[in-house]
Design a protein around this ligand. Structure first.
Ligand SMILES: Cc1cc2nc3c(=O)[nH]c(=O)nc-3n(C[C@H](O)[C@H](O)[C@H](O)COP(=O)(O)OP(=O)(O)OC[C@H]3O[C@@H](n4cnc5c(N)ncnc54)[C@H](O)[C@@H]3O)c2cc1C
Length: 471
């Protein structure tokens, strides 16, 4: 990093927001991607950014981008670093823009059910701000307490309650962003528009390669009058999928609908199901809304479940999931036990999903060191569903761990693509998945994405090497 660039940044936004200490650079070398954590754990020197800046306003982000654009210095935006696909791997040539000091609630509009936040606002704080007024964003990623609203937009995140409330693209009303040349753009100003292509989608899922999201307005809901739970054992995954499809295609919309295969039932719900599960899967639902609709939905799903051969499971399962749903083990604890683990989320139509499950699990089980290969579904649509695979393998040698990890990813990506599924449901692409997005976009789609990137960021300054496959 050239010292003139750092000097210019100090001049533009003030000394106190420009950081070059070892701690500041070390802390932001990578996100939550397992491979970065594994490499760091085994003592590899992972590159650091050249400088970390912590702007407090959109104007400061513009000033930073102008410095970057004039000096042709690469920029990597950073929310809270909870991304799991390696979207953040800066090197010493990079200005890392940490958005977490931009954390204001800009406005909450109770009439039109809109809330505007600085992009660096932590997710749970954003939710709590609207909850104080009896409202909700309805976006509950498992990482809500360690991610930002700007990060949600930038990764096309999905919350646990998405089946009724939608994914982030359904909740976003407008986006304010700074383009690579420092210009400011506001996209979205009314409930709907037919003013050409929806340009918000250039930023939704862009993972920092198109510009910096500085502000986000989200559409809110009033908090539900009633919440209830239901749980059913599924005799087979196929029967569970059929029941889920019947429920959503009849227009019942439990916000949470999760089907676990038998392996995950044993692993996640052992205490509550040991006596009754008998090696079956589990369909778990959370129902929310006006009390009369919740009551009708409970009755309807019970009847659909019975028609598909599902049987009632212990009632405590729903609240048990709700209370423990955001617990995640630390990578380091697993590495120290010679274990490598990850989750892989894909999606597909109802006609494809079982084949993808069977093929991906069979392929994972061929890996010598594999201990666990399982899946659950967690996001349901009228047209199909996602699957969230988990794999766990054991190796004494950390280089073998990394090789097995990449092999497991390849197997699930290829099994999904082979049967026509979508290879990335909600964690984005990052550096981990970028070579597989061609399965979703096709060669022509990838080249269109490259052309759009070139038009928006002609000098290739924004998060180089991320999201788009190398040419
Ligand atoms: C335990 C755990 C659970 C998770 N659960 C979920 C889940 O339920 N659903 C889900 O969708 N994801 C989940 N994730 C993934 C992750 O939390 C999301 O991708 C989240 O949206 C990332 O937000 P962040 O602010 O931490 O972004 P970061 O990790 O800081 O950044 C992610 C990417 O977006 C870019 N970026 C960040 N902020 C901006 C900005 N303001 N402007 C432009 N680019 C930006 C970065 O350059 C990077 O490429 C989980 C992660 C963890 C660790």
């Amino acid at each position: 990093m050239k010292s003139e660039v750092i000097a210019k940044l100090r001049k533009e936004i003030g000394d106190g927001k420009v950081h070059t200490s070892d701690d500041a650079l070390d802390e932001r070398r990578f996100d939550y991607w397992v491979v970065s954590h594994l490499q760091n754990w085994r003592g590899e020197e992972l590159p650091r950014p050249g400088v970390v800046v912590r702007p407090e306003s959109t104007e400061e982000v513009q000033a930073i981008m102008r410095v970057a654009s004039v000096s042709k210095t690469p920029v990597v935006p950073y929310g809270l670093g909870s991304g799991v696909c390696g979207g953040i791997r800066p090197d010493p040539s990079v200005i890392l823009v940490d958005l977490s000091s931009m954390n204001l609630v800009r406005e909450i509009d109770e009439t039109n059910l809109l809330a505007s936040f600085d992009a660096g606002k932590q997710g749970l704080e954003a939710e709590e701000a609207v909850a104080a007024l009896g409202l909700t964003i309805g976006h509950w990623p498992q990482s809500i307490a360690v991610s930002t609203v700007g990060g949600w937009v930038s990764t096309r995140a999905a919350g646990q309650f998405s089946t009724a409330y939608g994914n982030i693209e359904d909740i976003v009303y407008s986006i304010e962003a700074v383009l690579p040349n420092g210009d400011l753009v506001h996209l979205g100003k009314a409930p709907r528009a037919a003013a050409g292509p929806d340009l918000r989608h250039i930023l939704l899922g862009a993972e920092g390669i198109m510009g910096i999201v500085t502000g986000v307005t989200l559409a809110l809901r009033r908090q539900p009058e009633e919440r209830a739970y239901s749980a059913f054992y599924t005799p087979s995954l196929a029967a569970g999928f059929d029941a889920q499809r019947a429920i959503v295609q009849s227009d019942w919309l439990p916000p949470v609908m999760r089907q676990y295969d038998a392996s995950e039932v044993t692993r996640n719900f052992r205490d509550l199901t040991a006596e009754t599960a008998n090696d079956r899967g589990l369909l778990l639902m959370v129902h929310e809304g006006p009390a009369s609709r919740v009551a009708a939905e409970l009755e309807a799903v019970a009847s659909i479940a019975a028609e598909h051969g599902l049987e009632a499971a212990p009632e405590e399962l729903g609240p048990h999931w709700m209370n423990g749903r955001n617990h995640v083990p630390a990578w380091r604890d697993l590495f120290e036990r010679n274990l490598i683990v990850d989750t892989i989320e894909v999606s597909a139509s109802w006609s494809q999903i079982e084949t993808i499950y069977d093929d991906a699990i069979a392929s994972l089980l061929e890996v010598d060191s594999i201990i666990i290969a399982s899946a659950h579904s967690s996001h349901v649509y009228r047209t199909g569903i996602n699957l969230y695979f988990t794999f766990l393998a054991r190796h004494e040698d950390s280089a073998d761990m990394e090789a097995t990890y990449l092999d497991c990813w390849r197997r699930v990506m290829e099994a999904t693509a082979r049967h026509g599924g979508g290879v990335a449901h909600h964690h984005g692409s990052g550096r981990l998945r970028k070579d597989y997005i061609v399965h979703d976009l096709g060669e022509t789609g990838v080249s269109l994405l490259r052309s759009i990137k070139k038009a928006v960021d002609p000098h290739g300054l924004m998060n180089p090497g991320n999201l788009i496959p190398d040419e």
